[in-house]
Structure formats: structure tokens, C-alpha cells
Design a protein around this ligand. Structure first.
Ligand SMILES: Nc1ncnc2c1ncn2[C@@H]1O[C@H](COP(=O)(O)OP(=O)(O)OP(=O)(O)O)[C@@H](O)[C@H]1O
Length: 310
């Protein structure tokens, strides 16, 4: 499908801080695109530029095939976004909030349409409840209903699950998936959590200190042949001697943080069998989260983790 967002050489400098540094990426229509980076990596700054809330120092942004700098109004009329906690009136009901938001956006919706909007985010049954009785997750979903009021093709969400409890996180995540799969929306969603991006995104971009470090399909980036396996046995020295004397030696990672081997995921049971056959007691054999390792080795947040990779 055609690109919905096309960013080229985007940079933003705040005095002496290079918040975004020559970022280029492309988001396809209908996908959930995860935008991943540690705190301070430059996600919010990028999103603010996508929404014209701040001006880039350099680079270009096209959304829905139009240069943002020259077609701001037209482009943004097709974009819905939440970049901070949604502004809601807690003494008004969900329906009244949505209705007020629509009117302020110059859109007149019938009660039926408003209820459909609430239905879409799973809040139809709470339409008449005051927002002050809502959980954070419900408020976030109502915020998303507001962002969808003008039926945009693209939805941009900055850390939408931040501060939510597990149920709230699951609800917002399912809503994002449904917006993409059932409504054909393109969702650009930022997070500092790999686990979040992994479960909801089709593609992702990882940034570190304002620069791109990886971009691609989540399924391609999660390569099972590069699974890191942490071993805990009754005798590390004996285990190491055994591994060194066998084919397993090629996967040994020198890291000084216990025994770690890189292998294809399907080899894990055979390793376990070999160790047990040697009379080595295996207390744990843990496949480390490969995307997490990937992320950590690419970013500066955990420089010592570099030791995990060959
Ligand atoms: N208005 C500003 N003035 C000066 N520096 C800024 C400004 N906004 C952001 N920065 C700096 O730019 C860098 C990137 O910040 P940004 O908020 O984009 O990161 P982030 O990835 O969204 O992180 P977080 O998840 O913590 O919000 C940081 O070093 C931040 O301090």
C-alpha cells in the first residue's frame, strides 16, 4: 500500500540539543507503525513536527502524499492525534464530552453517530456516565474517540498506554489493533516499551538520540535464529568445558554475565538434552527476549549489554 507518512532527513535542534537528527522513515497505509525509543530519544519532538506543533530545523514531511509544510490544513484535517493526556471535562458524561469535542472541531454529529463513536472505543454502555467515574484507560479510549471524530485516515498516538493499569493497557492496545484491522486506519504509535510495540505493531522504527537505528517489519526484526539463551547450571565451569568441546561453542557469547549462547530457537531443546546427558543439572534455560536484546544492543540505554552480542 502507498506511503501515508514519508519523512526525509528530519532534524530538530533546541539551542545546543540535537533532539532529532536526520531521521527518514516511511509508514504504509493501514498498518500499525510502532515508534520506539528510550525516554529522551526524540519521539515526542518528532511527533510534534508531524503535527506542525513545532517547526523542523531541516528535512521534509509528507503525509497522505502532500508536503506538510505547504498543505498543513488539508493534511491535518485527515489526522487525529493524542499527544498528551486527553483534555476531558470530568463532570460531563462521555457522550457530552464527545459531542462538545465534535462541535469545537466544527463537526455536527447526531446522537446516533456519537454513540457509534463511543461504541468503536468500547464505551457505548458508559455513554451517560460522568468521566470522573472513568479509569485512566477509559479516559484514554474516550480521548481516542475524540481524536477520531472527524474520521481521519491517520491516527498519531504518543505513548498512549503510559500510566495505565494492565487492563487499561490491554484495552487501548486492542483498540489500536481494531482501528487498523477493522477500520483500515493507519496508526502511528510511540512507546518506550518493546513489549507494547511487539504485540501491536506491523512495522517499527527504533530511534536513539534522535537517530534511526532500525526500521522494518516487526516479524523480520524478531529473528528466531538470533535467540539468546541464558543458562543456569549446577556447575558453570564444567558446562563451559563441555560447550567449548562441542558444536555449541560457536554460539557462546563472551559477556562475563553468566553463560549466554546465541542459537536458533528450535535448537534449545537439543541443548538441554545434551547438558542433561552430561549429568549437568540445568536450573534454568531462558530464551531472552530477542527484540529486547536487539533494542538494547542498538541503543545507548544499556551500553554494557553490548557484551551480549558477538
Ligand atoms: N522544548 C524543548 N527545549 C529544549 N530541549 C527539548 C525541548 N523538547 C525536547 N527537548 C529535548 O530533546 C530531547 C528529546 O526529547 P523528546 O521529548 O522528544 O524525547 P522522547 O523520546 O519523547 O522522550 P519521552 O518519552 O521522555 O518524552 C531531550 O533531550 C529533550 O530534553
Amino acid at each position: 500500500m502507498a506511503s501515508i507518512i514519508e519523512v526525509k532527513g528530519l532534524s530538530k535542534t533546541f539551542k545546543d540539543i540535537q533532539a532529532v537528527d536526520g531521521l527518514s522513515f516511511s509508514v504504509s497505509g493501514g498498518e500499525v507503525y510502532g515508534f520506539l525509543g528510550q525516554n529522551g530519544a526524540g519521539k515526542s519532538t518528532t511527533i510534534r513536527m508531524l503535527l506542525t506543533l513545532i517547526q523542523p530545523t531541516a528535512g521534509s514531511i509528507s503525509i497522505l502524499g502532500k508536503e506538510l509544510a505547504h498543505h498543513r490544513k488539508e493534511v491535518l484535517s485527515n489526522v487525529g492525534a493524542i499527544i498528551e493526556k486527553p483534555d476531558l471535562y470530568k463532570y460531563l458524561t462521555a457522550l457530552e464530552n464527545l459531542s462538545m469535542f465534535a462541535r469545537l472541531s466544527g463537526i455536527h454529529l447526531t446522537k446516533k453517530e456519537l454513540l457509534q463513536g463511543l461504541q468503536r472505543v468500547g464505551l457505548a454502555e458508559r455513554a451517560e456516565s460522568k468521566v470522573k467515574t472513568f479509569s485512566q484507560g477509559m479516559k484514554q479510549r474516550l480521548g481516542i474517540a475524540c481524536a477520531l471524530v472527524h474520521n481521519p485516515q491517520l491516527i498519531i498516538l504518543d505513548e498512549p498506554t503510559n500510566g495505565l493499569d494492565p487492563q487499561g493497557i490491554a484495552d487501548v492496545r486492542n483498540l489500536i489493533l481494531s482501528l487498523s484491522k477493522n477500520d483500515g486506519k493507519t496508526v502511528f504509535v510511540s512507546s518506550h516499551l518493546l513489549s507494547e510495540i511487539e504485540v501491536m505493531a506491523d512495522s517499527m522504527l527504533i530511534i536513539d538520540r534522535g537517530k534511526k537505528v532500525a526500521e522494518g517489519k516487526v516479524s523480520d526484526l524478531l529473528n528466531p535464529s538470533d535467540t539468546l539463551v541464558a543458562l543456569e547450571t549446577d556447575n558453570d565451569e564444567r558446562t563451559m568445558n563441555f560447550l567449548n568441546a562441542t558444536e555449541w561453542s560457536k554460539g557462546i557469547q563472551q559477556n562475563g554475565r553468566g553463560l549466554v549462547l546465541k542459537m536458533h530457537r528450535r535448537e534449545i531443546p537439543a541443548l538441554n538434552e545434551d547438558l542433561v546427558r552430561q549429568g549437568i543439572q540445568v536450573f534454568s534455560l531462558r530464551a531472552k527476549h530477542s527484540l529486547e536484546d536487539y533494542f538494547l544492543t542498538l541503543t545507548t540505554a544499556n551500553q554494557h549489554v553490548d557484551a551480549y552480542t558477538a
